[in-house]
Every structure is written in C-alpha cells, then in structure tokens.
Design a protein around this ligand. Structure first.
Ligand SMILES: [Fe+2]
Length: 173
C-alpha cells in the first residue's frame, strides 16, 4: 500500500460575475498605481492602506467561499498588484512560513502569458530531481497556496501585459 505522509493544499476559487468585478476592480486600482521595481511593476512598496478594506468588501463572496471550503476564517493581511510587461518576470521567492498567498489572475491570457510555477519543497526521492508544477488557471480565478511554497514566473513573451492581484492571508479557527 502506498499513501501520502504530507500533502500541499491549495485553494482554487472562481470569481462570481467576473466581467463586472473586473471593471470595478480596475477602477479601484487606478487609485493605486504601480511603479517599476526589480523585474516587474508593482505597488507593493507604495502607500495603499485603502486597498485592503476595499478589496475585502468587493470580494466578500469569494472570501466566504474560501471559508466554506477550508472551514476556517480568512484573515487577509496585505493586498497588492503586479504587472509583467513584455520580458518582465518574477524571480523564485516565497511569502514567509505562515499562512497562504493568493493570486487573482486579473489580466491573464492563458495561451500567451507565463503561468505561475511552483517548486516542491522536497526533491523526488526516486531520481533526486527537483519537482515543479505550474498553475492551471484562467483569468478571473483565484489560486491560493501555502506562503512557504517557492514560486516564480517566466519572462512575459507577449506584448500584452499580464497583471495579477496578490494577497497574503492567514487561516484562523
Ligand atoms: Fe509571490
């Protein structure tokens, strides 16, 4: 018998009424412009105290859905956006050891843009190779993974920018 000792849980949520929500979200994000930072554009280093409460209000149904799925309370700690213009990318990184990191795929053309790549924290015991997988998502979906999970994106080969909204959260009983 073969069984798993450990597993890495992730949460996948479809955003309700995405077309309207996207319009409203883009309008909201006009107040939180991004700047060039490292190898991409973001507002993570800029003042954006109003974004967290407004995001929580706008995406309350999705947060409720996440709470239903996990049977835990979702406590969102931080929200920011990242845009990858042509050739921009994100180096491998993680978001600390506690909680989860969610990504809302805001401007995402599945056929043209890099998915998010995840690196397994342990190698394959049979061939000692690193294990990786990629996100299998569409625009208008949220994918949340444990904050410790290393992830990255490849350089954007499309002339159309890829944009995501990222948020860090804890699951609390
Ligand atoms: Fe990240």
């Amino acid at each position: 018998m073969i069984s798993n000792i450990f597993e890495i849980n992730c949460i996948n949520i479809n955003i309700i009424d995405w077309d309207n929500k996207k319009k409203n979200l883009l309008k909201l994000l006009d107040n939180y412009p991004e700047e060039s930072k490292e190898f991409f554009h973001t507002n993570k280093h800029l003042p954006r105290s109003g974004l967290l409460p407004e995001f929580c209000e706008m995406f309350d149904p999705e947060v409720i859905q996440m709470q239903k799925e996990t049977k835990m309370r979702v406590h969102i700690k931080d929200v920011w956006t990242v845009t990858y213009k042509e050739n921009e990318f994100h180096n491998p990184h993680n978001h600390g050891h506690l909680g989860f990191n969610g990504v809302l795929y805001l401007d995402y053309i599945r056929e043209e843009h890099s998915p998010t790549y995840f690196v397994c924290p342990f190698p394959n015991a049979m061939d000692d190779k690193s294990m990786m997988c990629s996100s299998d998502v569409y625009e208008g979906q949220i994918l949340a993974v444990p904050a410790f999970l290393t992830h990255y994106t490849s350089p954007n080969k499309s002339k159309k920018p890829k944009r995501i909204l990222a948020f860090d959260f804890n699951l609390v009983p």
